[in-house]
Structures are given as C-alpha cells and as structure tokens.
Design a protein around this ligand. Structure first.
Ligand code: HEM
Length: 486
C-alpha cells in the first residue's frame, strides 16, 4: 500500500503536525520540552532507520522483470514455471559486490552477485548465483574464514594483502577462481554487461521421477564489457554508484537488459564416473562434455520504487526450491541451504518472507508458522497445527526432489576426487585460453596485489599455486612480483 503524500503532515499515529521546523521550548531561547512528541518520535525513528547490512554482498542494486521459457524442458523437470514454451514468470534480480560494505564503490575487482527470485505458482524459486561459474572454496566450513580475509583486518580495519594471499596460498582450490577474478572479467563495466551463473550443480527431476544434474548460465545480451584496473580505480572514485545508476537509468530509458538462459544437463547416472567431480564448485563442466542448451530469456524491465523496502530488505535463499528442482550434494551448496535463512532471520526478522518483495506473488504461503515480531495477523483464526480434523491446509506427500543414493560412513570427508580432478588443471586451462594481452593484464593485476604482501613465504606460497597451474604462468608472475618488490 502506498501512502497518499498529500494533505497534512502527521505523526506516526496519524495526528496532524503543527510545526515541523521549530521544536517546542519553555519560552523563546529556553530548553526543549519532553511533551514535544513530534521531535522525540522523529529522532527515535531516525535512530532506527538501519538494519544490519548483509554480512557479504552488502552493496547491491535490484530490478523486477520477466522470465520467458523458449524451449521444451519437460523431459528434464516438472517445475511448473518451466512447463510450456512462451510461459512467463515474474522475477526480481539483485546484483551485488561481495566484500564491500553498504556504501562501497561499485567499480571494484570482486565477484558480482546475481540473485534471482522467480515468483512461480508453486512458490518462490531463488537462484542465488554469481557472475562467475566457479568459486574460491569447495566446503562451506571454510566460508567464514575466507570472508574474514576479504573483509577488514581486526587490527588495521582494512583489507590486508597478507590475509588475502595467506588464505588463497593455503587453499590451492582457489587458484581457478582467482585466475578468473584477476583476468579481464574481474571488473565488469556494469551489471548489464556481465553473465550470471547458478554456479552450483542442482537437481532437476521430471514427472516420471528421473533425475538430472544441471548448471545454469545467463548470457548477457548486452555483450560482455569490462573495466581495466585503471579505468575502475578512476570510476570508483568519480562515481561510486556507477553500476547501480547504470541499471536504473537503462530501465528508465526503456533499454531493458536481458540475458539468454542456458542449462548444462547431466543425466544423474553419469555423475559417478564423470572426469571431474560434478559437485565441486571450483570446477566447470567443459562445454564439449555438456553443451549449454538455451531454455529461456530473462528481461529486467521495472525499477523498485523504494530501495530500502525492496532491495535492502529483499531476501534470497538457495534453499527456496519448487517441485521439480532440488539441491545437489555439493558441500558448499549444502552449507548455504542453512546460512541464508539464518541470515534473514537475524537481518530482517522472522517475518521477512511476508514483505511484498519476498512473499510469493503467484501463489500464497500457507504455513502453520505464526506470530513473531511484526506479524500482521494474516492467518486470522485459522488452525495453526497439523494433523488436524478441520478443513485446512494439508501436506502433499510428494517431495520436491528425487532421493540421492549414498554409500559409505559418516565423517569429515574431503570432496571426492574424480579421474582428472586436481586443484590446478582448470586454472591452467583458463590461463592457456587467454590472449597474450589478457595474460599480461592478469599477471600485472596479480603481481600488483601479491607485491603488497609483507612476508616472502606467504607471497611464494601464493605464486606456487599459479606455477602448478601452468609453468609459464608461475614464471611470469614470479618475475613480475620480484620486479615490484625489488
Ligand atoms: C558456503 C558458502 C557460502 C555461505 C555460507 C554464504 C553466505 C551468505 C550470506 C549469509 C549472505 C547474506 C544473506 C542475507 O543477509 O540476506 C550471502 C549473500 C549472498 N551470497 Fe553467499 N554464501 C556462500 C557462498 C556463495 C556462493 C558460492 C555464491 C554464488 C554462487 C553466493 C552468492 C551470494 C549472493 C548473490 C548473495 C547476495 C544475495 C542478495 O542479493 O540478497 N554465496 N551469502
């Protein structure tokens, strides 16, 4: 409901305000009176305008739009929003950077979040991805430590090269994502000029109960455009809001950004013997193995009216699935299934899912969950338990996804390694794919940062990961770091 901003100014309780310029005093020049509730209410509300910023991805921008199905995928999934060519579903997409705080600049070297909410008739489906197909680590238990190295050091209060390279050097599985990040795509020119990826492997399952493993790709129709380190440093200083403004103004001009949506599909039975662990988030599935299939079009065409209500309070969870789609055993994804809902309950509150941007738009949520801070009484007198003998909502008996067969014993296992798996092979392949110019920029970008490390052993361990990915890569990087360190 939007308030009619006409007529008299009022208090929070709706009483007319006589004077919004002068607080009430005990005589001209005298102290202010406690009975001036307009003043007190105004100051108190102002003090409470902020909620905790997201622990990661604090800085972002969002827009509404439409997803349109362009291919028949009913052989792979029974998800209703994917059931028919031409079918359209409303979406909300929030883009973000990862490490910076709420007010930080957009034009920085950092992955970009690509968090997409499909408002489907079977509930909201959230695909909380990035603009990179891989990630730095492969087990959720390492995530808080990783992010601590990206954020501010407890003593200096700044991001420190020592911490960043210490962690990456000691986490060789990061070599692929770090190569990607310091390459040309590490600083997109805008949110419109980059791809999105679901990154993890997810499960699709069809009406017959067959399961498939899928990876999502969102290919920008605007073309990939990036900034060099120098261009970004200048832009970040001149216009910290560059990405946010670009997205909003493009939509205002009617230049609706769009992405071609593709999936790679692996029949479930092929996972065990695939040459890479298909659930390892530090690896891609090479396109020759599983060619991307175009299935849809994503378009953003409406700006939010109120950034705080619709962007800051928006919540996305990798655990928000719909019938026909489910998780894979990817250990990162499994950790994320917990982390997001927990973050939302802390950051926005237990009724975050009731807010207009977060609640289902094409159906309604019918739970027995009740009450809590800011509960609006939407369930009226309806029964709040099950089983019950009244004519109320009932469980369906049909899980959203298919079961996964397992063997073995419980334990703190490392991710299984497949025939061609190691932490360096795909990083080396990515390096060798780059043009000579891009390799030079990659080496410059990495060397500029590694040269800031204060300890030789930390710098050397970091360089050694790139050496193992490709001998030339390591040699050039070592020379470039040495040249800078003198
Ligand atoms: C186990 C590893 C991870 C954990 C524990 C984790 C945790 C979190 C948390 C707690 C938030 C803040 C949520 C909120 O306050 O609303 C967040 C935001 C986000 N994360 Fe992760 N994350 C992980 C890995 C990833 C990966 C691999 C991706 C992408 C492939 C990703 C993409 C995002 C995005 C896009 C957001 C911003 C969502 C929004 O716009 O509201 N995260 N993450």
């Amino acid at each position: 409901m939007t308030v009619q901003e006409t007529g008299p100014l009022t208090t929070e309780a709706g009483a007319p305000v006589a004077d919004n310029q002068n607080s009430e005093q005990a005589g001209p020049g005298g102290p202010v009176l406690v009975q001036d509730q307009v003043l007190l209410e105004k100051l108190a509300h102002f003090n409470r305008e902020r909620i905790p910023e997201r622990i990661v991805h604090a800085r972002g921008a969002g827009a509404y739009g439409t997803f349109t199905v362009t291919a028949d995928v009913t052989g792979y999934t029974r998800a209703k929003f994917l059931s028919e060519i031409g079918k359209q579903t409303e979406v909300f997409l929030r883009f973000s950077t990862v490490a910076g705080n709420l007010g930080s600049a957009d034009a920085v070297r950092d992955p970009r979040g690509f968090a997409l909410k499909f408002y489907t008739e079977d509930g909201n489906y959230d695909l909380v991805g990035n603009n990179t197909p891989v990630f730095f680590i492969k087990d959720a238990i390492k995530f808080p430590d990783f992010i601590h190295t990206q954020k501010r050091d407890p003593y200096t209060g700044s991001q420190e090269a020592d911490n960043v390279w210490d962690f990456w050097g000691l986490s060789p599985e990061s070599t692929h994502q770090v190569t990607w990040l310091f390459g040309d795509r590490g600083i997109p020119a805008s949110y419109r000029h980059m791809n999105g990826y679901g990154s993890h492997t997810f499960q699709w399952n069809n009406e017959a109960g067959e399961a498939f493993w899928v990876k999502y790709h969102f290919k920008t129709d605007q073309g990939i455009r990036n900034l060099t380190a120098e261009e970004a440093a200048k832009l970040a200083g001149e216009d910290p809001d560059s990405h946010q403004r670009d997205l909003r103004t493009a939509i205002e001009r009617g230049e609706f950004p769009s992405w071609t949506v593709q999936v790679q599909i692996m029949p479930a039975a092929e996972a065990a013997d695939y040459r890479f662990n298909p659930f390892d988030l530090t690896k891609v599935w090479p396109h020759d193995d599983y060619p991307p299939i175009t299935i849809g079009k994503l378009e953003l065409n409406r700006n939010p009216e109120n950034i705080f209500a619709e962007v800051e309070q928006s919540v996305f969870s990798p655990a928000h699935f719909v019938p026909g789609i489910g998780p894979s055993p990817d250990k990162m994804l499994q950790g994320r299934l917990f982390a997001y809902g927990d973050a939302h309950r802390y950051r926005v509150g237990i009724n975050a899912d009731h807010l207009p941007v977060n609640r289902p738009h094409a159906t309604e949520a019918r739970t027995h969950g009740r009450d809590g801070a800011l509960y609006d009484g939407r369930h009226g007198r309806a029964k709040n338990y099950e089983p019950n003998s009244f004519d109320s909502v009932k469980e369906t008996g049909r899980p959203l996804w298919q079961p996964v067969r397992l063997t073995g014993v419980t334990g703190e296992h490392a991710a299984p390694s497949h025939a061609e798996d190691n932490d360096f092979v795909q990083a080396g392949n990515l390096y060798r794919l780059m043009s000579e110019d891009e390799k030079t920029r990659l080496i410059d970008n990495l060397a500029g940062f590694i040269a800031q490390v204060s300890r030789d052993d930390i710098a050397e361990r970091a360089i050694n990961n790139f050496r193992q990915a490709d001998a030339d890569y390591g040699k050039r990087l070592e020379a470039a770091v040495q040249a800078l360190r003198g």
